[in-house]
Design a protein. Structure first.
Length: 255
């Protein structure tokens, strides 16, 4: 068993070291995201957008297709806009419009694109709007795409150790199944709930171990709990390899 741990650990160190060569800061090269603009700046930009597209906004109030069309126009306008505040506001308005039109897939894509450009929490944004869309969805024709988005966002939340949001998405998925009278969908999301609750319980142990390491960074048992979580459970070796090296396994301590 120790030999297996050693092989895995050495392989992880190799990959982490190799990736560190790809960029000066030790990670793969990723474009730096812009900070979120000040609220007052965004409010003014949104007002300018609404004034410019006043007629389209009026039509969007009563027509889902008009709302989706306006969202598309705003995203197209972003391509010719260099001001970060205005780009942020265009993204924001497009996401609001798409969510209001129950265009879940387009909303999620816009949120993901926005998060690549700005330092925003796309998991929080998608969770918020997907829950609202799920509550308003009664048509079976919209069910499949929405269920897949709820599941993929749930998996994204789990990967980020955000279990409360994952459970919110699971509840929304189960409710969607009930609203559309789909027992298979209800059962599917109920099974997710059991798995996530177990993983959330394990993560609480990890959090307690991390709190202990704040007091004693060399606590071998706590290092093992945290290291196994990140490396063996989450496959996030760059975060966990140091913890494993400080655990009580003799061969790991020599690395």
């Amino acid at each position: 068993m120790l030999a297996w741990y050693r092989s895995i650990l050495l392989l992880a160190i190799f990959f982490i070291t190799g990736f560190s060569l790809l960029s000066p800061n030790g990670s793969t090269a990723v474009a730096e995201r812009l900070p979120k603009p000040e609220k007052e700046q965004v409010t003014r930009a949104v007002q300018d957008i609404q004034d410019l597209f006043e007629q389209e906004y009026e039509q969007a109030k009563e027509d889902r297709k008009a709302s989706q069309a306006l969202a598309g126009m705003l995203l197209d306008a972003k391509a010719d806009e260099s001001d970060p505040v205005m780009r942020y506001a265009l993204f924001q308005e497009a996401i609001f419009l798409q969510a209001g039109a129950r265009a879940a897939e387009e909303m999620a894509m816009a949120a993901d694109e926005m998060s690549r450009e700005f330092s925003i929490d796309n998991i929080k944004i998608k969770t918020h709007f997907l829950k609202k869309i799920a509550q308003a969805t009664k048509a079976k024709s919209e069910k499949a795409t929405l269920a897949e988005l709820l599941q993929s966002t749930m998996e994204q939340a789990i990967a980020a150790d955000r279990y409360d949001e994952a459970m919110d998405l699971i509840s929304a998925g189960a409710s969607l199944g009930e609203q559309t009278k789909d027992r298979k969908l209800v059962t599917r999301f109920d099974s997710f709930a059991e798995t996530v609750q177990m993983e959330r319980s394990l993560f609480r142990d990890v959090q307690e171990a991390q709190e202990g390491l704040d007091q004693d960074p060399l606590d071998a048992e706590a290092n093992l709990i945290v290291g196994q979580w990140y490396c063996l459970k989450k496959n996030r070796w760059d975060e966990g390899v140091t913890y494993l090296a400080l655990s009580y396994h003799p061969e790991m301590q020599t690395l």
